[in-house]
Structure formats: structure tokens, C-alpha cells
Design a protein around this ligand. Structure first.
Ligand SMILES: Cc1cc2nc3c(=O)[nH]c(=O)nc-3n(C[C@H](O)[C@H](O)[C@H](O)COP(=O)(O)O)c2cc1C
Ligand code: SF4
Length: 593
């Protein structure tokens, strides 16, 4: 295996010095090294570990966890294609075939000249403009197979991808509502907040009954109050911009269209809880937005809205952007904090909750992008105004990322309490057999539920709204979701690690017309066990597509049971081969320790 050249060692040392050899910066550091030096290799891991005075296995653990670090892959330029039900509906398979042909590789492979690696990735946050690809940090949208030769030619000639017509991300807003996309004087909310004592800001947010938009709907005022209540030398505000739930892209639109609103909301939160450290955890897929956000941050520093003594108050606060590296689980707040500290993104045991002991052991508030964007409006127009919008238990508006079989995909801002049917009408979806609400971890519903309201008290949603018409193969979509969870499970706990690996196998058996009623019962029972016994939200919700489809689309499953004889689903030879491979991998790993 190639050792680390002296030139590369020098480069790594420079990057380490630039980040003050800060171990908590390991993920962005590895990302930078990946970008300038190509995929991370084991000798690079060993060198970085010795420079940082860390154990080899600690760096290996991090380097091998994140998809975008391309650990042990060889292609210099990574081409990633989104694989979601929506991208597949819009032609991702044909696009993949065109890339395979142009590069002479199959998906997962590297071109013979070592220049390109080609792979599927879970979701790029572009469901309104599929099929999409991410080439290094550049998103390309609405692609067709015809575009591929030109893209490869551009890349081979070293010209910037920005020269390609499809190297763009469209605006995305279909409907503006009264809160997030309405016209308001900038920083009005912050000015009002700074006239209040921090406790009164929290009181105002509490009275608005704002609930977190990241999915769980936790009351924001309560979270802030809890964070402020813990005595500490400092506190931390984190904006969760990891938006990894397939089908969701509303945070992308907020980040690109109203970044000022978001930064204002984060600053108000910092004043309220008493934090001087602010971090935006930005998913790797949105790296193209980082320069835009950096520009806005710099402007705010120049205006005295960030930095020391903001508005001449005893209030010093700044925000830095921390890049993710391709891991859905890092959207879970405690995994996100682990990642921020330079480790693999495995969720923490709770309690203690982050509000007590979060980033670097400090009281930490983690909120979603959309939650922060509501804050300036609440302060500017008042809690009473905000709480009159929506329903009693779900106040304000909600952004829905609508995609799939409709004529107007995009982001819609509507008050909480809108029915599924109303959203389908807005998006102009004439033929709808099913809607996946809240992404794969949410709920799959059929027409009998289209009168239900999207609100925490009825159908909660983090913002993904995928529409499937009567021509779609729903069970294949369910299978795709189960593959997603298998890929994204962090592997820490047995029910999720084993359960998510078994789901696609069981589904293949049933969808391959080899299943019996007993297999269906086994699937249902396993899904229930995984949901009940998994350690974090990923495993607890991974069985949802299976359980919902069994509940709401049972005839589809029954129609697969054509074979009533018992069929074994254990392939002895295949399993032995897998076990042998695992043993070889383990030996190789141990020999490097
Ligand atoms: C597997 C998993 C992925 C998650 N992904 C996200 C995400 O991408 N963005 C987000 O804001 N919250 C995500 N969450 C929820 C966060 O853990 C956390 O509840 C949220 O960021 C809190 O913000 P809020 O109170 O404003 O909703 C995820 C949770 C789980 C279990
Ligand atoms: S449920 Fe899954 S993602 Fe969560 S800790 Fe367990 S293995 Fe990791």
C-alpha cells in the first residue's frame, strides 16, 4: 500500500496547523485532506493519528464512518448520484447507466485511470429537481443521460463544473406564508430581543408555543429554559442543518433564500440562553452554500451583529460553520455533537441531555434551521400574533418539501393544520395512491387518511412530503427505504444493526414471490421488536415504512404470497463467505493497530 509522501505529510501538517491541531476538528480536517489529496488511506490515518497524538483506531473510527471521506476508495473525483424513490422515478437509473458507460465502471467502482469514483448516495436534498448528482461539492440537477458526456469532458479538461448548464440549484419556493417568507425589516426581532432580559425572551418564545421543526416537536422555550438553568462557564447554540431525511429540502431553501433570518434567530437564541459559541452543522451535500453563509456572517461581524459587545450589551457571540461528511445519523442531536467533537456519529446515552451536557460538556441547545428562522418573527411581531397561526398544539406555519408525482414540486409555507388533501391540491397532484409524510422515518398513508391534518397532534412531519401515483410500485419503494436505513444505521445497538440488515433480505424473499404468510408475520414481528428496542430515533422509526404499508396497503403484501410452501431464506454458502470476509477484515484491522 502506498505510503504517505513527504509532500503530502507537509500538506497535512499545514492543514493541522491551520486548525490549531484541534482534535475536535477532525471531521472537517479529514474532509479538507480528502479534497486536496484524494481519498483517505490507512497510512494517512496513521500519520494524522501520530501528528495529533491520537490512537490510530480513534482516527480510523472517524475516517471510516463518514461516506464523504471516501475511506479506502481510489477515485480522485467523487461522482455521487442520489438514490431515492423520487430520483429513481425521475430517471436516476438511466443516468447511472450513462455515467457507467462514459467512465467504463459499474456503480461503486473507480475508472481505470483512477480519476473518478462513481457511487449512489442516500439523498442530496434535491427531490424537487431530480435526478441530481454531486460531483465533489458541486450539485447538478435535472440531469438526463444526454448531459453525461459533456460533464465528463468538462471534468477531464479541468474546467469548472459551473460552466455546465445544469450546475445550478433552483430557487424552490412555491408558496410564501405569513411567517418565514414574509417581508419584515431585517434584525427587528434581534433589536427587540436585546431590549428584553434573556429570561423574558425565553418567556416570549414559550408563550408563542413554538415547537421544534426538526421532527420531534419539542417545545423550544422549554429547551432554552432548561439550557439556561445549568450553571456553566459558557453555553452553546447549534443549528442543525444536517437535513438528511430523504425528500426534505426546505432547510436548503431557507439557507439559500433567507440566511439572514436564520443567523438572526441563532443570535437571539444565544442571547436568551447565554451562549458565546454558535455552530451551524452544515451537511456535506450543501457545501456549495458555505461561501454564501460565510459572506453573510462576515457582513454581520462588520455591522457589529456578531462579535464582542453586540449592540453595546454584555453579549459576545459568534457563529462558525462546521461541515458534516455524509452521515444521516449525524442529524440526531447527540450524534451531531459527537461528530462536532471529531468522533464517529454515534448517538449518546441520555440523560444527560445536551441542554445539560452537550458540546465539550457545555450546556447546549440544538435547534433545526426552520425553528431558528421562526424566532425573529416571534420577537418582532409578538407571541400572540404567532400563536394565532396554525392550531392550538402546533402554532405557526410549516414548510413542506413537496416532491414526486405532482406538477408543482417545491417548498410550501402553510399554517399547521392544513390537510394532506389541501397540500395535494396546491401541488397539483391529480393521481395519488400514497403519500410518505415526514420522510422514511415518518408515515406512509393512503387516500383514507388524506383528510388528516399535518400537525403534531395528528400527522407530525419534519417537512418531507413525497407523492406516489397509482402506477408506482409501493412495495419496491418500501424496500428502497429499508435499504436506506440499513446503510445509515450507525451499528451501535444490535436491534437496529441486525434488524435493518434483515429487513431488505426478508423483503427480497417476499417480493421475489418466495414468501409465505409466516414470512409476513416474521417481518411484522421483527419490525415491532426493532421499533421498541432500538437505542435511538433511527432504529425506532426504521420499521415505519414496513409497518405502515402492512397497515394501510395490506392487499399489496397479500398479493405477493403466491407460494404457500415453506421456502428457506438462509443461504449457507453465502453466509459462510460473508463470515470469512469479516474475519479477513478484522485480521487486517488488528494487524494495523
Ligand atoms: C436519525 C435522526 C436524524 C435526524 N435528523 C435531523 C436533521 O437532519 N435536522 C434536524 O433539525 N433534526 C434532526 N433530527 C432531530 C434532532 O435530533 C433534534 O431533535 C432536532 O435537531 C432538535 O431541533 P428542534 O427542536 O428545533 O426540532 C434527527 C433525529 C434522528 C433520530
Ligand atoms: S438505533 Fe441504530 S442508529 Fe441508533 S444507536 Fe442503535 S444502531 Fe445506532
Amino acid at each position: 500500500m502506498a505510503q504517505v509522501s513527504e509532500q503530502l505529510k507537509l500538506l497535512i501538517r499545514i492543514l493541522l496547523r491551520e486548525s490549531n491541531s484541534d482534535k475536535t476538528n477532525l471531521v472537517p480536517l479529514l474532509r479538507q485532506i480528502r479534497q486536496v489529496a484524494g481519498p483517505i488511506t490507512k497510512p494517512m490515518v496513521a500519520f494524522i493519528a501520530s501528528e495529533l497524538n491520537l490512537h490510530y483506531s480513534a482516527v480510523l473510527d472517524t475516517a471510516s464512518f463518514y461516506t464523504f471521506l471516501d475511506f479506502n476508495r481510489t477515485g480522485k473525483i467523487a461522482i455521487r448520484l442520489a438514490k431515492t424513490p423520487i430520483s429513481l422515478m425521475k430517471g436516476a437509473d438511466e443516468l447511472a447507466a450513462a455515467f457507467e458507460k462514459a467512465l467504463g465502471v459499474t456503480m461503486g467502482g473507480t475508472s481505470s485511470d483512477g480519476q473518478f469514483s462513481l457511487s449512489w448516495t442516500s439523498d442530496l436534498g434535491m427531490s424537487d429537481q431530480e435526478p441530481s448528482a454531486l460531483i465533489e461539492d458541486w450539485p447538478l440537477t435535472r440531469l438526463s443521460p444526454n448531459h453525461v458526456p459533456e460533464i465528463i469532458q468538462l471534468l477531464r479538461s479541468g474546467l469548472p463544473l459551473s460552466q455546465h448548464d445544469h450546475s445550478r440549484v433552483d430557487f424552490g419556493i412555491q408558496r410564501k406564508g405569513p411567517v418565514l417568507f414574509s417581508e419584515h425589516p431585517p434584525n427587528e426581532g434581534l433589536q427587540k430581543a436585546l431590549l428584553l432580559a434573556p429570561e423574558n425572551v425565553i418567556e416570549e418564545v414559550t408563550r408563542s408555543r413554538l415547537r421544534g421543526r426538526g421532527g420531534a416537536g419539542f417545545p423550544t422555550g422549554l429547551k432554552w429554559k432548561s439550557c439556561r438553568s445549568f450553571a456553566a462557564r459558557d453555553r452553546v447554540v447549534i443549528c442543525n442543518a444536517d437535513e438528511g431525511e430523504p425528500g426534505t429540502f426546505k432547510d436548503r431553501v431557507l439557507l439559500s433564500e433567507v440566511p439572514e433570518l436564520l443567523l438572526e434567530g441563532i443570535t437571539i437564541a444565544a442571547w436568551a440562553i447565554g451562549a458565546s459559541i454558535g455552530i451551524i452543522y452544515l451537511r456535506a451535500e450543501y457545501a456549495y452554500l458555505k461561501p454564501v453563509l460565510e459572506k453573510h456572517l462576515q457582513e454581520r461581524r462588520e455591522k457589529g451583529l456578531l462579535g464582542t459587545r453586540i449592540h453595546d450589551k454584555d453579549f459576545s457571540f459568534d457563529i462558525q460553520i462546521h461541515m458534516g461528511a455524509g452521515a444521516y445519523i449525524c442529524g440526531e442531536e447527540s450524534a451531531l455533537i459527537e461528530s462536532l467533537e471529531g468522533k464517529r456519529g454515534a448517538p449518546r446515552d441520555r440523560p444527560p441531555y445536551p441542554t445539560e451536557r452537550g458540546y465539550l460538556g457545555l450546556p447546549t441547545t440544538v435547534n433545526n434551521v426552520e425553528t431558528f428562522a421562526c424566532i425573529p418573527r416571534i420577537l418582532a411581531r409578538g407571541a400572540d400574533w404567532f400563536s394565532r397561526i396554525g392550531t392550538h398544539d402546533s402554532t405557526g406555519t410549516k414548510l413542506h418539501s413537496i416532491s414526486g408525482d405532482c406538477n408543482k414540486p417545491g417548498v410550501y409555507e402553510v399554517p399547521f393544520g392544513a390537510t394532506v388533501k389541501e397540500l395535494l391540491e396546491l401541488a397539483d397532484a391529480p393521481d395519488v395512491a400514497a403519500v410518505q409524510i415526514g420522510g422514511p422515518s415518518g408515515h406512509l398513508i393512503g387516500p383514507k387518511d388524506f383528510d388528516r391534518k399535518i400537525a403534531f397532534e395528528d400527522l407530525p412531519s419534519g417537512g418531507s412530503f413525497m407523492i406516489f401515483n397509482s402506477q408506482r410500485d409501493l412495495l419496491q419503494i418500501v424496500r428502497g427505504f429499508s435499504e436506506f436505513f440499513k446503510e445509515e444505521s450507525c451499528g451501535w445497538c444490535v436491534p437496529c444493526r441486525v434488524g435493518t440488515a434483515l429487513f431488505p433480505r426478508l423483503l427480497d424473499k417476499i417480493l421475489g414471490q418466495q414468501g409465505t404468510l409466516a414470512d409476513l408475520h416474521q417481518l411484522e414481528s421483527l419490525a415491532g421488536t426493532v421499533a421498541r428496542t432500538s437505542r435511538c430515533g433511527l432504529g425506532q422509526t426504521a420499521p415505519n415504512p414496513i409497518l405502515d404499508s402492512l397497515k394501510n396497503f395490506r392487499p399489496l403484501w397479500d398479493s405477493q404470497l403466491t407460494n404457500l410452501d415453506f421456502q428457506p431464506d438462509f443461504d449457507l454458502e453465502k453466509s459462510l463467505a460473508e463470515a470469512t470476509q469479516l474475519r479477513t477484515d478484522a485480521r487486517e484491522r488488528i494487524s494495523l493497530l
